[in-house]
Structure formats: C-alpha cells, structure tokens
Ligand binder design. Structure first.
Ligand code: AMP
Ligand code: ZN
Length: 430
C-alpha cells in the first residue's frame, strides 16, 4: 500500500494535482448556501482561481462558520449522495457536523491505510481500536483504514479496562490506537492486574486526539515497551489520517494530495514561510460532500522544511505545541500545558496523571499543580516527599515565573481520563 506514485510524487505534479482538485472543490462549494454567500460577499470569482497562490484571496473559515451553517449549509452534494456524518468532540456550543459521500469515505480509508503503512503496519497485524466509536471520528476513521489495509480489527472502543486487557492477551493485539492519557492510565491498570504491559504482544501504538509532549511519548514507549506514533487529525478535515508519523518518528507527513497547508501568524493572519511556527490552516481539496477552505485549526505547529529520510515528499508538521486557545497566561506569562507536562514527565518519580488548577487570590494569579506519584513514593520517608516537591517546584520555576504550588497525590486519586483529558481547570474569573 506504499503508493510511490503519490507519496514520492514530483512536487510540480503534486501542485498540478492540488490545483485541479482545488478548482473542483471550489465549484462544488459555490453551490452551497454558506460558501455561495462567502464567495459573493468577498467577490471571489471561482473561475479566476488559476494558480495555488490565488488560494490567499479566499477568506478563512473558522469553527463558528460551521456552527452558523448548521445543519447542512456547507453540504455540497445532493443529500441522497451523503452516506455518513460525524461531529466534532468539542464541549462548547452546537456541534460542528461533517458530511461524507461514498467516495469520501472510501478515500478517507485509503488515506488512513496509507498512514498505517508508513509506520510499518501490515495485514498481518491485529489492531485494537480503543478510540471512541460514534459521532467522534477517531474510532470509525481508523477502523475502516485498518480494514482497508487488511488488519484484523478489534473495535473495543474506549473504557472497560479489564476487557481491553483480556482482548489484547487473547487475540495477540499488535497495534493499538489510543489517546495518550488513556495509554498512561491503562498501563497502570494492567500493572494492578499483576501484568507488566511490556509482556503483552502489543508492539505499536497510535497516539492522537489530544496534545501531549515528546516526554509523554517516551514514557508510554518505555512503560509499554512499544513504538508510539503521533497521529493528527480533526473532524473538519475528515478525522484521523490528516497527518501521521512515518517510521522516522520525526514529524508528521501531512497528506498534500488531500490538503493544502498554510501556517499563519494567528494575530496578523499573515501567511508564514515554511519553518516558522504559527497556526495551522488547512484546505480540504478532496472531499466532495463538504469542501472546506482555509480552515483555522487553532493548532500551533511548524512545517519542517527538510526532506524526510523515508522518501515521502509530503511536508511534515511538528508535534502540536498547543492551541491558540488552550494557552493560558499566568502572572503575565504565556504558558502551554504541554510545557508543564514536559517538565513533569521527565521527573522519574512522577506517575501518569496530573492536573493544573489556576486560581486568583487577592488579584494575584496562583497555579496549583496536582501530580500523581508512583505508589512506592508513599512508602518511604516524608522528608523524601518534601525534597521531591521542592525539586518539582525548582524544575518548573524556569518555565513559570509565578511560584507554583505542587500537591503530591497517590496514584489513582486524580480524576482518570478515558477520552480526552481535562488538564487545566481555570477558576479565575477572567
Ligand atoms: P476533533 O475534531 O474533535 O477530532 O478534535 C481535533 C483536535 O484535537 C485538533 O484540532 C487538535 O487540537 C487535537 N488533536 C488531534 N490529534 C492531535 C495530536 N496528535 N496532537 C495534538 N493535538 C491533537
Ligand atoms: Zn517520512
């Protein structure tokens, strides 16, 4: 399934394909009530888009546009051609709904299968899919891709930890798909059963759906004795399979025959040259039921300009550093939860769960970081714990100017996460 013709395509040919697909997507979209109006209001003449550069003449699309066009203002094919819908896992406001035609579903499966092949997975693998099935794209997205590749798929979905363990053992699961927070939690649960996760047949994990640090990847690889690959996507762009790491594990190839990538300065909205960090903006040029142009993902990353050693020419993006909207400012300093996580996960005594609580007392910002430790830490001397607490404070001081209060907790005492983790609780009424 390594498709050399498309994955190692000449850039000129790729750009010609992108332009052809972009034009078709624009034609389809001009028939929708949402984009029809956007193009009229912004005086966009679709027939005059003749180079990829012209993409910059189109306005951005934001999440709220999808809410405004709810339920079907962006549907670009007759309803009878739509075979599936999904919705974003967002917890705020009306959900944003995405439509797919038969062709869209089939090509999405191809894209996911291509991504899995890039990590060395084959039809001989047993694939246990521990992502949510339902409106969320994570479950079904990887499910059909893995089937397309010919893996045996175990659609175990989230939760039910004991059954997950039994399935892994009984059916010799070799590849799992899981959120990083659940991977950490599950490793602990497996230990509680008297099993070392390293003794399970699992060799590989796809980790995605939420931001996590390189240190967390290292930790999961170590705890499970596996290779973990970063998987990135969002419902607006299909779901998973937008960008995936190859066996080089050095950034995620973003499949440019389906998506046009831009990185912008989120404040000025100026398009940045490759290599500079900013907000990822994506155009879906190959989905007939619902084309979306210049979608502001709110995800912060950078294009890695150097070619990848694997031979794939599709541009790579770096691990997502955070979202323009999960960044918090404490004592006037911008902090990403992922930065705190990086520091914590490098401390060997720190367990698998943590929570950041922001508060304000007498107009002063306060940050409380609740950290779970491994249980052996609570068997020893209190002095040792105090020393460790101070050490964590010191490590974090370089990052956050405000003195962090560190609370040490026993394993399992913080709310466990089965899906996307809620890491930051902001009690400041900002
Ligand atoms: P949803 O549309 O509900 O699937 O949510 C998509 C969002 O999840 C993305 O815009 C990212 O913010 C986040 N996300 C998905 N995969 C990753 C990943 N590998 N690393 C960091 N964030 C991710
Ligand atoms: Zn590569």
């Amino acid at each position: 399934m390594w498709n050399k013709d498309i994955e190692a395509i000449d850039r000129k040919d790729l750009e010609a394909l992108q332009l052809k697909r972009l034009k078709r997507a624009l034609e389809l979209a001009s028939g929708t009530s949402f984009y029809g109006k956007v193009f009229r209001d912004n005086k966009v003449d679709v027939s005059k888009i003749t180079t990829l550069e012209h993409l910059k003449d189109l306005p951005f699309t934001v999440k709220n546009d999808l809410r405004l066009s709810y339920p079907d203002g962006m549907m670009a094919v007759p309803k009878s051609e739509v075979v599936r819908m999904h919705a974003s896992s967002g917890t705020t406001g009306k959900s944003t709904v995405i439509f797919y035609s038969q062709k869209d579903i089939s090509e999405w499966a191809d894209l996911v299968a291509r991504s899995m092949v890039a990590t060395g997975t084959s039809k001989n693998d047993i694939f246990q899919n521990m992502m949510g099935y339902g409106l969320f794209t994570g479950g079904l997205g990887l499910h059909y891709g893995a089937e397309r590749l010919g893996c045996m798929v175990i659609p175990s979905s989230t939760g039910n930890t004991l059954r997950q363990i039994q399935l892994m053992e009984d059916f010799f699961t070799t590849v799992i798909h899981i959120t990083p927070s659940y991977a950490l939690h599950l490793a602990e649960e497996i230990h509680k059963q008297g099993i070392d996760p390293r003794d399970l047949p699992v060799k590989k994990a796809y980790l995605g759906a939420e931001p996590y640090s390189e240190a967390t990847r290292d930790k999961i690889e170590e705890q499970w004795g596996i290779d973990a690959y970063n998987s990135y996507g969002m419902s607006e762009m299909n779901g998973p399979g937008v960008a995936f790491e190859c066996t080089e594990k050095a950034g995620m190839h973003l499949w440019e025959d389906f998506y046009i990538i831009e990185v912008i300065n989120p404040e000025t909205q100026e398009v940045l040259p490759d290599g500079e960090a900013g907000e990822l903006v994506l155009t879906h040029i190959n989905r007939e039921a619902m084309p979306i142009f210049r979608y502001r993902t709110r995800d912060l990353t950078r294009i890695i300009p150097e070619p990848c050693a694997c031979g794939r020419i599709h541009k790579r993006i770096e691990r997502i550093k955070g979202r323009t909207d999960d960044m918090f400012i404490i004592g006037g300093v911008n902090v990403f939860p992922s930065q705190i996580e990086s520091v914590l996960m490098k401390v060997p005594e720190v367990g698998n769960n943590y929570q950041i609580v922001l508060d304000r007392e007498e107009n002063l910002d306060k940050i409380i970081i609740k950290v779970e430790l491994y249980s052996k830490m609570f068997q020893g001397d209190l002095k040792e714990l105090e020393k460790l607490r101070k050490k964590i404070v010191e490590e974090l001081r370089a990052l956050i100017v405000v003195n962090p209060r560190i609370e040490l907790h026993e394993p399992g005492s913080l709310p466990a996460s089965l899906g996307k983790a809620v890491r930051v609780i902001d009690n400041r009424k900002l």
